[in-house]
Design a protein around this ligand. Structure first.
Ligand code: ADP
Ligand code: MG
Length: 245
């Protein structure tokens, strides 16, 4: 089943066309990786999908709902959530306070909870469960800004999945990580796939090939090709882009 459909998404910055009529689809239950050289338009595409940037053309839908003209918070209500390339945690609050804010925000905005507000105990339990899910339960009392980089990224993922999205957008979740932290992030992303589809932008090709069911390659704002890891690795055009041959 197709979940996200991006159709002919166009974004121009002055004379530069950052995404040039980009079309691709993410299926339910799929980890779809978006790769491509620096400046290819990957982050711009994520901003167009999340609604942070307005497209100059094209349409976007999630699970049959037209997102094209929806504000970012309404896209979240429709089932879309994202992590930024830079983390969006509150550094002076504890891990627990960060998570409670995220579950409260969701409980306050979600249609499901409009009539039946959850009690503090329920919200607390949900925040705790999120901490466990990303392996930060033992850091509940810790001020978030003092966590190591890898743990901050895990917290960022926990904040993004607090709204139980249908599709999670991850823009370079392994950026700045060493091999141990990267391996933990791969494991975390792997564990999320049972509950949501993921659009993953990542430079770490080992991680991409481990995680992705399908890969789309973006070059100069255009989709060069989409396929499985094996298909992408065997594609001479992709090799030419990466190896300059
Ligand atoms: P990627 O994430 O693939 O590295 P980006 O989407 O960040 O690429 O950038 C695509 C192109 O658009 C680049 O040439 C970049 O310089 C340009 N660009 C991105 N954001 C802006 C902006 N806000 N204003 C002007 N140009 C931008
Ligand atoms: Mg980028």
């Amino acid at each position: 089943m197709t979940l996200l459909v991006a159709n002919q998404l166009l974004k121009r910055f002055g004379a530069l066309t950052a995404t040039d009529h980009v079309s691709f689809a993410v299926n339910a239950g799929e980890i779809h990786a978006l790769i491509g050289p620096n400046g290819a338009g990957k982050s711009t595409l994520v901003h167009l999908i999340s609604g942070l940037l307005a497209a100059d053309g094209g349409t976007l839908s999630l699970d049959g709902v037209d997102l094209t003209r929806l504000a970012p918070h309404l896209r979240v209500a429709a089932g879309l959530s994202r992590c930024f390339q830079v983390t969006s945690i509150f550094p002076k609050q504890t891990v627990g306070e960060n998570l409670l804010l995220a579950v409260q925000a969701h409980a306050g905005s979600s249609f499901r909870f409009l009539r039946r507000r959850e009690s503090d105990t329920e919200l607390h339990a949900r925040a705790r469960a999120l901490a466990c899910r990303v392996g930060l339960d033992s850091e509940w009392e810790r001020v978030a800004g003092t966590l190591p980089h890898g743990a901050q990224r895990k917290l960022d993922v926990a904040l993004a999945i607090a709204c139980a999205p249908k599709l999670l957008l991850l823009d370079e979740p392994m950026a700045g990580m060493g091999p141990v932290e990267s391996a933990q992030m791969v494991e975390l992303i792997q564990s999320l796939r049972q509950d949501m589809a993921i659009l993953l932008i990542e430079h770490d090709m080992d991680a991409v090939f481990q995680l992705a069911d399908r890969i789309s390659v973006l070059v100069y704002g255009k989709v060069l090709t989409s396929g499985t890891a094996a298909e992408i690795q065997a594609d001479a055009r992709v090799q030419a882009v990466y190896l300059g041959t």
